[in-house]
Design a protein around this ligand. Structure first.
Ligand code: MG
Ligand code: MG
Length: 272
């Protein structure tokens, strides 16, 4: 069952999404060779609690930490540990926060120092595919339109689109209906309606789309051990159009990157 949100509820969800966005911005400054994912996890937990929220993943389905930390060939759901990040790694960070009974859920794949051109391209195309998908989240479109657009964009670049893990509706639960696959057929699936909020999150592999689940019950890696990227935004359907609730602006501010990629998905300018 799809739970649509009122305008007021969407504003509360924006608050939760922005706490996560700010947290990723804080982490962006700390990501460098030598730092451990457990250190980053502590920073994130403190930052979320300082904003009157609680970590959205900690304890959810018994997940042990605040952040899902998935380096290199890990796709998602990696558990923070004390192994230092190295120059040339990539690290996918997925972060959730709960405030006012509503969840934010937002992810970004970061480069650790300089990375090779092939992996850099994977990150760029995966992020572009996120916006390609968001553009299809509009009145009268359906779940399959978003999935089709993401899949086509990524497969045209020769990448593998993960099948087993999908985006989702978001609200008072972290995972609500509908499921939002990053693959699909045009015109198929549930129709989008005003007040829906979804997390759109392409998980895209440099090589095969196939994955394997590790014995810790969480970590998922690519079957061929090639790198994987993950970018996620929270998006509401407002006035028939996609409205971004989360933002990468705090990350870009921390890294000195100029970008106008989010402007078309925001009715009012974002003030950092
Ligand atoms: Mg997430
Ligand atoms: Mg999600």
């Amino acid at each position: 069952m799809i739970v649509v949100k009122t305008k007021e509820e969407i504003e509360l969800m924006r608050e939760s999404a922005l706490i996560v966005s700010k947290t990723l911005g804080v982490l962006a400054k700390e990501i460098k060779p030598g730092v451990t994912t457990l250190q980053l996890d502590k920073i994130a937990e403190e930052h979320i609690r300082d904003h009157g929220a609680i970590p959205g993943f900690l304890g959810l389905y018994d997940f042990p930490n605040t952040l899902c930390m998935s380096p290199n060939q890990q796709v998602v759901h990696g558990i923070p540990n004390d192994k230092p990040l190295e120059e040339g790694d990539i690290i996918s960070i997925d972060c959730g926060a709960l405030k006012n009974d509503f969840y934010g859920d937002h992810a970004y794949t970061f480069a650790v120092g300089e990375i090779d051109a092939e992996t850099e391209k994977l990150l760029q195309v995966t992020k572009e595919s996120l916006y390609v998908g968001i553009r299809e989240f509009k009145a009268n479109n359906r779940v399959g339109d978003v999935g089709y657009a993401i899949q086509k964009y990524c497969e045209d670049h020769g990448y593998g689109v993960v099948r087993e893990l999908v985006g989702h509706g978001l609200g008072k639960k972290m995972h609500e209906d509908p499921e939002m696959p990053n693959y699909g057929k045009r015109g198929r699936g549930k129709k989008f309606v005003e007040g829906m909020v979804v997390a759109i999150e392409p998980m895209i592999n440099l090589g095969t789309h196939r994955i394997k689940q590790h014995s810790d019950g969480w970590t998922i890696t690519t079957r061929d051990n090639k790198p994987s990227a993950h970018f996620e935004h929270d998006v509401a359907l407002v006035d028939g159009k996609p409205e971004l609730l989360s933002t990468f602006a705090y990350i870009y501010d921390a890294l000195g990157i100029k970008s106008d990629e989010e402007n078309e998905f925001r009715q009012e300018a974002l003030v950092l």
